[in-house]
Ligand binder design. Structure first.
Ligand code: HEM
Length: 268
């Protein structure tokens, strides 16, 4: 099929001048995808702080609420951050809609091509479409919760939500969707923009390595919230409060909230 035939078919031949917008929108989609992937890596490590214990997760949560800098906890700061990420998410999803098959016929043709060509990257792409579609719903519900009730984040509050409120199957689905989607997305970004110039084979191995790492971390994290939630179900609603903090952190806490200890006590 000649190039001129393709141009006539797509209607570009009738255009007076070539538009830069498709390229700009593609760049914007890649940029928002990259920012969301970086956010998700940070998010996974912060949520996984529960693996280090309740006090570690409590401290991370309070830090985002400004407790150690502003003299009190302001959960609305978390809503503000969530609103910013939501904006990125909506923009990214809107731009992705351009690439979704627009009818069952288009979808059917795409599936037939992927099957006939046995092209692995096209198969990866269709999985990105499936998981992206699932995230429209899953992430929206999660965003709503984080925006509306940011005060309900913490070792016991989160564990109660995961176990007693029965949200663990929801988190399990979202974890699978987000890790598969993000892993394929980053791989495709690297191939598309040829950055950082590594071979496809290496990038593919790196992609599976990262997806595997974050899936294992996510599953261990989810398991820990389920365990804490299970053990805490009789005291559902109670909030965690550490009896004491490490001396270096205690110094940052508002005056009088924790008994001041002699730093030498923490020395080994
Ligand atoms: C700023 C916005 C966000 C905040 C504050 C936030 C916070 C949290 C918190 C505290 C948990 C622990 C469970 C709970 O408390 O309910 C959690 C779990 C989770 N979040 Fe988010 N989240 C945000 C955005 C997102 C986004 C955009 C995604 C992906 C689309 C996402 C995916 C997940 C997943 C998969 C889990 C389960 C992780 C696991 O248990 O291994 N979150 N999030």
């Amino acid at each position: 099929m000649s190039t001129s035939f393709l141009i006539v078919q797509s209607g570009l031949a009738e255009r007076l001048r070539k538009s830069r917008w498709p390229a700009r929108l593609d760049l914007l989609q890649s940029g928002t995808g990259l920012l969301l992937a970086i956010f998700m890596w940070g998010h996974m490590f912060f949520v996984a702080s529960i693996l280090l214990g309740e006090t570690a997760m409590w401290s991370i949560t309070r830090m985002f609420e400004g407790y150690f800098f502003l003299g009190d906890a302001h959960p609305r700061l978390v809503s503000g951050a969530a609103a910013g990420v939501l904006l990125l998410f909506v923009l990214h999803a809107l731009l992705a809609l351009r690439k979704f098959p627009a009818s069952y016929r288009q979808y059917h043709i795409l599936r037939a091509h992927i099957k006939a060509m046995r092209h692995e990257d096209s198969r990866l792409w269709i999985w990105q479409v499936y998981t992206g579609f699932a995230l429209f719903f899953l992430a929206s519900a999660h965003f709503y919760q984080m925006l509306a009730w940011p005060q309900n984040i913490g070792p016991y509050a989160s564990a109660d939500r995961v176990w007693s409120d029965g949200l663990w199957p929801f988190y399990l689905l979202m974890l699978l969707a987000v890790e598969v989607h993000g892993g394929i997305g980053l791989y495709r970004l690297a191939v598309k923009w040829n950055w950082p110039g590594l071979s496809r084979n290496f990038l593919k191995r790196l992609k599976w390595g990262l997806t595997g790492f974050f899936l294992v971390l996510g599953l261990m994290t989810l398991g820990t919230y389920m365990k804490i939630g299970f053990e805490h179900q009789a005291r559902y609603g109670e909030r965690y409060r550490p009896a004491e903090l490490p001396a270096w952190l205690e110094r940052l806490a508002p005056e009088g909230d924790f008994p001041r200890r002699d730093p030498k006590e923490d020395a080994p």
